[in-house]
Design a protein around this ligand. Structure first.
Ligand SMILES: C[S@@+](CC[C@H](N)C(=O)[O-])C[C@H]1O[C@@H](n2cnc3c(N)ncnc32)[C@H](O)[C@@H]1O
Length: 274
């Protein structure tokens, strides 16, 4: 039997194991909404006490991945040769799930995270890795924008300061007119909780998430930051089954509560001429 890999991660990079835990948990289920053999392969090859840190796998982060897949797949239908950038990709296998044999995909993450990714996923001329912070605009020089650009940041922006998110979005709008950007947000109350010290389990404290924003502030904030925005679409998390299907999906129908739940945000930037 092959020896399993023992990761030595802390801080934000360790959170890539949390999201993998959720996706693998969902992919394992016969009725799971996420099909991902690669996630299961990687999960099985890592020697880490996932449950001790993150508790029993629950589907919210897998649902986020499924929703994001849906948006990127729709974009690829009209941009089959397009260029996707995934910021803070960790051990996500979204490129493998969505690969149409033609797209190009640039996975950007911190050097220590890319080193772990490359233990399990070998880059090639279409599915590329770039070990650099999303804050370092060098990744933008790696993008061929001639066939369209889609940028996805799954589980990343909440770990940044608001001003860093603002500057990044402004630079993306400026550099890639006509591009699309998909990311997720947490509400302000949750951000504040993490800043005070939020434990996921007894063994695991969630890293601080300084950027929180309520859903009803999103569109106006983004448009104030980057006037070149053509459309902002907000999507809720939709739980597929069990108690949460009715409990959480019901919360999403209550106006005051809905604004204080995590959200998925799909931004379409205007072409240069607008
Ligand atoms: C919650 S994980 C999400 C990983 C992946 N997107 C997913 O959904 O499974 C956060 C990721 O952000 C990465 N990260 C943290 N700071 C970053 C930065 N400044 N630039 C790029 N990636 C960063 C971490 O290494 C980690 O892989």
């Amino acid at each position: 039997m092959q020896t399993r890999y023992v990761p030595n991660l802390t801080g934000i990079p360790e959170t890539m194991l949390w999201t993998l835990h959720s996706r693998a948990g969902e992919a394992k289920r016969p009725d799971g909404v996420l099909k991902d053999a690669e996630a299961l392969r990687i999960y099985g090859a890592i020697d880490y006490d996932f449950e001790k840190s993150f508790g029993r796998a629950e589907p919210s982060l897998a649902i986020r991945a499924v929703e994001m897949d849906r948006s990127i797949r729709a974009w690829l239908a009209t941009h089959p040769d397009g260029f996707v950038v995934s910021l803070g990709e960790g051990l996500e296998t979204q490129a493998q799930r969505l690969d149409n044999g033609r797209l190009r995909w640039l996975s950007v993450d911190l050097p220590e995270a890319v080193a772990i990714r490359e233990r399990f996923l070998t880059p090639n001329e279409r599915l590329m890795h770039f070990p650099v912070s999303a804050m370092d605009r060098a990744w933008m020089d790696r993008v061929d924008a001639s066939k369209g650009v889609f940028i996805v940041a799954q589980g990343l922006f909440m770990y940044f300061e608001e001003d860093d998110v603002r500057r990044l979005i402004v630079d993306i709008a400026e550099r890639f007119p006509g591009a699309e950007l998909l990311f997720d947000t947490i509400p302000r109350w949750l951000s504040r909780r993490t800043l005070k010290g939020l434990h996921r389990t007894r063994a695991y404290q969630v890293p601080p998430m300084p950027w929180g924003i309520n859903r009803d502030a999103l569109e106006a904030t983004l448009r104030r930051w980057a006037p070149r925005i053509r459309q902002v679409e907000l999507k809720p998390y939709t739980f597929p089954r069990g108690f949460f299907r009715y409990g959480y999906n019901g919360l999403n129908m209550l106006p005051w509560v809905k604004e204080r739940l995590p959200a998925l945000v799909h931004v379409r930037f205007a072409e240069r001429s607008v």
